[in-house]
Ligand binder design. Structure first.
Ligand code: ATP
Length: 201
């Protein structure tokens, strides 16, 4: 089984690239999705979060109220630290578990592991990725796409993009770069170019 890291800044096009990769037959593990799964009702991380923050962070259907949690942790660094101390290890373990299962059931698979902060958190070493692929756009274009497609305000989008690790740091850690400054068919060609360079699929 091959494990390839996929990362990129906010609004760079990671999810769009994941969808193309899946159509090409790759297995995609999306860390953001795993992060939502590990806090589903019944999971250990859910139990610890509710125990700590109380029922004020539980929605009507029993699921975590993400907005309520965000309000608490954005106002208090210690609470953010607590939340991360519960969720980060749970996400890491769930990813390693999934990789272990895939290596048994799909030994021929090409797995793309999509982690927003792969470079910044040293995830590449931890998960044994053989290469890091970075989806790259100029920051102004990320802002424009977030405004147009996510309904974010320009100020909010700019602040989120600016809060990230510098683009140059990500690019330095990249073995391959997918340029997403063009349209969607240009992006498909970029993905295929990088798959060919990796000798994958
Ligand atoms: P996040 O970091 O917020 O999860 P992301 O890196 O997964 O974002 P996407 O959601 O794939 O990024 O892309 C951001 C937005 O830009 C989406 O609405 C997507 O449809 C749009 N987009 C992505 N690539 C292109 C492109 N080449 N042309 C036009 N729009 C695009």
């Amino acid at each position: 089984m091959r494990i390839i890291g996929l990362t990129g800044g906010i609004g760079s096009g990671k999810s769009t690239v994941e969808a193309i990769l899946a159509r090409r037959g790759a297995v995609v593990i999306d860390a953001d999705r795993v992060a939502r799964e590990v806090v589903e009702p019944g999971k250990e991380a859910y139990r610890r979060i509710v125990e700590h923050f109380g029922t004020a962070v539980v929605g009507e259907g029993g699921e975590l109220d993400r907005a309520a949690i965000a309000r608490v942790v954005f106002a208090d660094r210690d609470e953010l630290r607590f939340l991360n101390s519960v969720t980060h290890p749970a996400v890491g373990e769930a990813i390693l578990e999934r990789l272990g299962e895939l290596s048994r059931t799909r030994p021929d698979a090409v797995v793309f592991l999509s982690v927003p902060l792969l470079v910044e958190t040293g995830g590449a070493e931890r998960y044994g990725t053989e290469a890091v692929v970075v989806v790259d756009v100029p920051p102004e274009l990320a802002v424009q796409r977030l405004v147009e497609s996510r309904g974010m305000t320009r100020e909010d989008a700019k602040a989120r993009v600016a809060a990230q690790a510098p683009r140059a740091d990500r690019l330095r850690a990249a073995d391959h770069v997918i340029d997403n400054s063009g349209n969607l068919s240009a992006l498909e060609r970029e993905v295929d170019r990088v798959l060919a360079a990796l000798g994958a699929l």
